[in-house]
Design a protein around this ligand. Structure first.
Ligand code: ZN
Length: 337
């Protein structure tokens, strides 16, 4: 009898711990998903994406075609759908639109999509430019590891984290468009094309979080490298700015530096990356940026110089912000218009 009692107790203990485990599985938090964003994976992918084989990803070139196929293959492997009904993942930007291209050629934005579970028509756009400046006269490759290999690969890691949440029943309530734009370096063409030919109505586009250069430390930040510059967050929406600041405080120990958000700042970074095309259409934006550095637009912007742990922290911050905007009760609005 005693023996049996013990067995029964043991069985009950096992059963109750099993029940606990299943509950824990269901109650996974945003932090669990953020934790799947790792410096190791960022590094592995960035070495490929900014490798010499991609030939500097000049808009319309063979290298750029390799790059878009790399992105498409990633989304296919993750089971993340195209944002287009034809399932191609490629929004063609025609050669005649790319007026500053020396050798006319069609190019393409890469578009992947996770549909929201409750408010599928409300779209959060995550963006990064997929192109760079090609090769120099001597055939040296501009790898563009930071610009903007870093933002591109950060988006893939975020997509993977969101998709894992979807698979476990914790997908975002609003939809997320992963928009890899082409033609940035020749004049923000891909993002302009998207905002003029949107796949989803712009009035349903909640905000654009744009990531362009998040893998390096600017020379004036060498002594305080735990930072990221945020630009534009309060220009159209105080609500977006406040949510972004709260999330940063709650989930990140990064110093959020708003120096370049000053409208008087002579660098005018607010106008210099793809988010600006969304801002022009009155869609609230945040631009995530590490500042310029000695290898900016040089052949020395290589993947070995990226600070991967820092890049992972910055990616997690953007992920947390996107998660909050996608899941909060009410949609963010452009309350400063
Ligand atoms: Zn860039």
């Amino acid at each position: 009898m005693k023996y049996h009692t013990i067995t029964l107790l043991a069985l009950l203990t096992v059963a109750s711990s099993f029940a606990q485990n299943t509950t824990e599985e269901k109650q996974k938090s945003v932090e669990d998903y953020a934790a799947t964003i790792t410096s190791k994976e960022l590094k592995e992918m960035l070495y490929i994406y900014a490798g010499d084989d991609m030939r500097g990803r000049m808009t319309g070139s063979k290298g750029q075609k390799l790059a878009v196929n790399y992105l498409k293959d990633f989304y296919v492997a993750q089971g993340i759908n195209s944002a287009l009904k034809d399932g191609t993942y490629f929004q063609t930007v025609p050669a005649q639109y790319l007026t500053r291209l020396k050798e006319p050629a069609d190019s393409e934005n890469v578009v992947a999509f996770i549909e929201g579970s409750e408010f599928p028509d409300e779209i959060i756009v995550l963006s990064a430019h997929l192109d760079h400046v090609g090769v120099d006269q001597n055939g040296n490759v501009f790898n563009g590891a930071d610009d903007d290999g870093s933002g591109t690969i950060a988006m893939l890691e975020m997509a993977e984290a969101f998709q894992r949440a979807v698979k476990e029943g914790n997908g975002p309530r609003r939809s997320i468009l992963f928009l890899h734009v082409t033609g940035e370096e020749i004049g923000l063409y891909g993002s302009r094309y998207y905002t003029e030919n949107p796949i989803f109505p712009l009035e349903n586009t909640v905000c654009n979080l744009n990531t362009d250069m998040i893998g390096r430390i600017a020379p004036d930040k060498v002594d305080t490298p735990n930072y990221i510059y945020l630009i534009g967050s309060d220009r159209l929406s105080q609500e977006l700015h406040d949510v972004s600041a709260q999330i940063a405080k709650k989930y990140s120990d990064l110093e959020i530096d708003y120096t370049y958000n000053d409208p008087e700042d002579p660098n005018r970074f607010y106008f210099r990356s793809d988010h600006y095309n969304f801002a022009k259409k009155n869609i609230p934006v945040i631009f995530y940026f590490n500042g310029v550095h000695e290898d900016y637009h040089k052949i020395s912007d290589t993947p070995d110089k990226i600070a991967y742990d820092l890049m992972a922290k910055r990616t997690k911050l953007i992920f947390h912000t996107a998660w909050e905007i996608a899941n909060r009760e009410k949609r963010i609005t452009a309350d400063k218009l």
